[in-house]
Design a protein around this ligand. Structure first.
Ligand SMILES: NC(=O)c1ccc[n+]([C@@H]2O[C@H](COP(=O)([O-])OP(=O)(O)OC[C@H]3O[C@@H](n4cnc5c(N)ncnc54)[C@H](OP(=O)(O)O)[C@@H]3O)[C@@H](O)[C@H]2O)c1
Length: 266
């Protein structure tokens, strides 16, 4: 993919600053880099301070853009909110990338893990979208990318709670896409297939799934699709898989197929 062909008006539409929640490495790092390449200032959030600061330094030096970074646990919405409220810079684009995926049989997953998935994957993206929509509406422009997953297109055994949170993000994006469009705000849910990030490699210990993509390609395809519709599915294999799972197979067939794919997860 040619990275120099991005929309030259991107910064005018979605700048001056993009906030990337879960920004230091993997897909979040790739979104941050793709946005720096487009000349946007960055607000980077992640938990581990050193890694975050090193990403921030690198992007600042390489792309000559303003980079603000804050170490914060997105599971703590109140802390995240007070940090974002006090930023003092206009945020024109929200990319909500971070997620927590408790893997395994439902009976073996603790209440704490389920609550963490609900906080990081549902509560914080929902309330951050609410917090940032108001100033975007006032400015009459902006954008939001909410990370979903093919895993959230149907029930996914051994990833049941995670998949349900990913369904939530895709459906939230669809509703906001329609509602915020008249205000000049583009919203997209990204239903990614397998992305070769550290998070994916930790969970999938055998070979990568068909249609796996590098994080840079997923970020680039998603940002290019922003404004063109409520849903982005990066990659031809993943588009086909989504079509088969949601349109061709009966619901129980789709769940059974997913179960075969996630059976080896532990
Ligand atoms: N990887 C895949 O195959 C795949 C497939 C479909 C969809 N997705 C979706 O794509 C997104 C990225 O997934 P990924 O697992 O591959 O992760 P990733 O892009 O590798 O991102 C992890 C980033 O989020 C930060 N982060 C994680 N938990 C956080 C928390 N509680 N608070 C603040 N920052 C946090 C991490 O930094 P710290 O650790 O320092 O906090 C890191 O910067 C997720 O929404 C996921 O559902 C991924």
């Amino acid at each position: 993919m040619r990275y120099d062909k991005a929309d030259p008006l991107f910064r005018e539409k979605y700048g001056p600053y993009a906030l990337i929640a879960g920004a230091s490495y993997g897909l979040g790092g790739a979104f941050s880099e793709a946005l720096a390449r487009r000349g946007l200032g960055l607000v980077l959030l992640a938990r581990e301070k050193e890694r975050l600061e090193s990403t921030a330094r690198r992007l600042k030096e390489q792309y000559k853009v303003e980079v603000i970074c804050h170490a914060v646990d997105l599971a703590d919405y109140e802390k995240t909110k007070s940090l974002v409220t006090g930023l003092g810079v206009p945020v024109g684009l929200l990319v909500y990338n971070a997620a927590f995926a408790p893997i395994g049989l439902f009976e073996d997953i603790s209440e704490e893990q389920l609550a963490l998935a609900a906080a990081v994957n549902v509560k914080t993206p929902l309330l951050l979208a609410k917090l940032l929509a108001a100033p975007m509406i006032a400015r009459g422009r902006g954008g939001m990318v909410l990370m979903s997953s093919l895993a959230g297109a149907q029930g996914t055994p051994k990833l049941a709670a995670y998949a349900a949170t990913k369904a939530f993000n895709a459906i939230l994006a669809e509703g906001l896409w329609k509602e915020l469009k008249p205000h000049g705000i583009d919203v997209a849910g990204c239903r990614a297939g397998a992305v070769l990030t550290p998070g994916y490699r930790r969970a999938e210990k055998t070979k990568a799934a068909p249609g796996s993509l590098e994080a840079g390609e997923v970020a680039e395809r998603t940002l290019r699709a922003l404004g063109k519709g409520p849903l982005v599915i990066p990659g031809a294999v993943n588009k086909l898989a989504y079509f088969v799972m949601t349109r061709l197979l009966p619901r129980r067939g789709a769940i059974a197929l997913m179960s075969k794919n996630t059976g080896g997860l532990s």
